[in-house]
Design a binder for this molecule. Structure first.
Ligand code: NAP
Length: 295
């Protein structure tokens, strides 16, 4: 028998808090990053009871945990317990990455930048001068829309089942970034017109997410315009019904795995306080996609 010496008294602890966390692939991603970088860090899942967030955060803050990710359903609620949220996290209204510096919690949101990096690297284009439709008005839609408005998209239109939630994001962006956004309810004629004329369509709803894989964020009879870039934040399944329909209509399709990967890289860089070399990120990306069975 050989002693397992991977974790020592000096190992730095990171992790993810959420409920559920059993299906998270972040532990595999972050532990692979730490191993590749030869860093004495470990990343573990912390399942937190839905009503016990405050106690859990107090415990993590008082311990030597270096940082943690925050996932469903705590991304918004965690804001109440962060000592210093970043400007972007305040605007988005959610934190997905926390750094613990001697009992002081710094909060960040890496979803927006993670999405932007994945989008640019995978599609080979950016948002400038593009007409973009975002379907959905939840937490991730909000993060993405802040990014699109900041990076000068020609137009952004939100389509959502509940119009009031889309309007709320539109008002926030107008107030903070002085950028106008149109909002429509799903299936409204003007929603369909905007979809048809968009250069880029992003699904930021959970319609189609496992196990409800038959659901679509638009009508199943909707016809995409050939050549459009269609991006779905969902990565389980890897190809949603929405993406399958877009592909059938001649669109270029992208799933949410890249966003998951890059938001993880950005969180890791926050904890390590250093940039991971481009070559290593490329290597990790290839391994990650191979492991997910997509490349
Ligand atoms: P959220 O805050 O709960 O928002 C959910 C959104 O989906 C709302 O706009 C909601 O509309 C809409 N929706 C839910 N069920 C629907 C249905 N059956 N038909 C039409 N619209 C429906 O969720 P979130 O955190 O923004 O996450 C949204 C999606 O992004 C999820 O699938 C999540 O897995 C994915 N995501 C991926 C990554 C990544 O790294 N790839 C990161 C974050 C999130 P209403 O407003 O009308 O309720």
């Amino acid at each position: 028998m050989e002693f397992d010496k991977r974790i020592t008294g000096k190992t730095n602890i990171t992790g993810v808090i959420g409920n559920p966390v059993e299906h998270s692939i972040s532990p595999q991603l972050h532990n692979t990053i730490f191993k590749l970088l030869n860093e004495n860090y470990i990343y573990v899942p912390f399942l937190v009871e839905k009503n016990s967030l405050e106690e859990a955060v107090k415990g993590l803050k008082a311990s030597n945990v270096k940082g943690f990710n925050v996932t469903v359903p705590f991304k918004k609620k965690i804001m109440n317990f962060i000592d210093e949220p970043s400007k972007e996290a305040i605007m988005i209204g959610a934190v997905n990455t926390v750094k613990n510096e001697c009992g002081k919690l710094f909060g960040y949101n890496t979803d927006a930048e993670g999405f932007a990096r994945a989008f640019k690297n995978e599609t080979g284009t950016d948002f400038e001068n593009k007409n973009i439709v975002v379907i959905g008005a939840g937490g991730s839609a909000r993060a993405i829309i802040v990014k699109l408005a900041t990076e000068e998209a020609n137009s952004v239109c939100i389509i959502n089942r509940t119009l009031s939630k889309a309007d709320e994001i539109s008002q926030l962006i107008k107030k903070n970034l002085n950028y106008d956004i149109k909002c429509f309810q799903t299936d409204e004629i003007r929603a369909v017109e905007n979809l048809s004329n968009a250069d880029i369509i992003i699904n930021a709803t959970s319609a189609g997410l496992y196990p409800d894989t038959e659901k679509m964020p638009v009508s199943p009879s909707y016809k995409f315009t050939r050549g459009q870039i269609v991006f779905d934040l969902i990565y389980n399944p890897i190809k949603t019904k929405f993406l399958q329909c877009a592909e059938n209509d001649g669109c270029k399709i992208f799933n949410g795995l890249g966003m998951l990967f890059y938001q993880g890289i950005l969180s890791n860089e926050i904890w390590l306080q250093r940039k991971i070399e481009d070559e290593k990120v490329r290597q990790l990306y290839k391994e990650f996609m191979n492991d997910m069975g997509t490349k």
